[in-house]
Design a protein around this ligand. Structure first.
Ligand SMILES: Cc1cc2nc3c(=O)[nH]c(=O)nc-3n(C[C@H](O)[C@H](O)[C@H](O)COP(=O)(O)O)c2cc1C
Length: 240
């Protein structure tokens, strides 16, 4: 099975350590591709809107964005990690997520995302782990991913692993390894359950796209929805 990891920081600190502990549970059985931000997606979205209106390949950062996208589409599991920076995900992570605005459900979601699984690991000193995880979850769920596990940590004493109390280290280790084991035990041959919320978003946008298509049959997003058959009977998930 394949895992794509998007690291919200290049630093080999606590976030990195948590990610390593999670991946160790796969006992080398996973094919892991990692991206480190900002190195692997250094540009900010300039707001040109070419991705929305015409084609994502026209983005000035397409070289980086499309490499990450290919990896995510091929993956069975998506792993996002981020420390909390001023109560949110890192700026580098947010900058990368902005580039995937065109993949939000009201535009051109990738059918591969429905039925995929994702884990978000965030940690903070005292507050912000929750809002950092939400920043990432907002994108994942609007990309069409239903099965999202948030694994959040509060350090509460220090931001350097070696200076944490043994009790705290053990508590963190236990939580992340047990989550890692659960995800290593999943049968990735079966797609994840697509929940009602995801389906509700899909049907809302389906109505919107039908309307937009009546006004302008050449509209990029409408043509995408139509060519996928989503305005007819086809759905991006398998009915179980
Ligand atoms: C710029 C910056 C902003 C931060 N903001 C917060 C914050 O708002 N709340 C918090 O609890 N910790 C905050 N922290 C601490 C981090 O969330 C994190 O615990 C620390 O950087 C250790 O993780 P790392 O070793 O992976 O970098 C901040 C750290 C940095 C560098």
């Amino acid at each position: 099975m394949k895992i794509t990891v998007i690291n919200g920081t290049e630093k080999h600190g606590i976030t990195y350590k948590l990610k390593e502990m999670f991946l160790q549970q796969f006992n080398g059985k996973a094919d892991v591709e990692e991206f480190y931000l900002p190195k692997d997606c250094p540009g900010f979205c300039a707001g040109c809107t070419q991705c929305f209106l015409k084609d994502q390949h026209l983005c000035k950062d397409a070289e980086y964005v499309q490499k990450i996208e290919r990896s995510m589409l091929d993956a069975d599991l998506l792993l996002f990690t981020s420390p909390a920076y001023v109560m949110h995900t890192t700026g580098a992570m947010k900058a990368m997520l902005d580039h995937f605005g065109y993949r939000w459900m009201p535009h051109r979601p990738a059918k591969e995302m429905f039925g995929k699984r994702a884990v978000i690991i965030t940690q903070c000193l005292g507050a912000g782990d929750k809002s950092a995880a939400k920043d990432i979850k907002d994108s994942l769920s609007w990309w069409g991913v239903s099965y999202i596990k948030k694994c959040k940590f509060k350090l509460m004493s220090d931001i350097v692993w070696d200076r944490l109390a043994e009790k705290k280290k053990n508590e963190i280790t236990k939580k992340i390894t047990s989550t890692g084991r659960k995800f290593a035990d999943i049968d990735y041959g079966k797609p994840a359950h697509v929940n009602l919320m995801t389906k509700a978003k899909f049907y809302m946008v389906r109505m919107l796209q039908t309307d937009l298509g009546k006004k302008d049959p050449e509209y990029t997003d409408y043509k995408y929805w139509k060519s996928n058959g989503w305005l007819d009977k086809v759905r991006p998930w398998k009915e179980s």
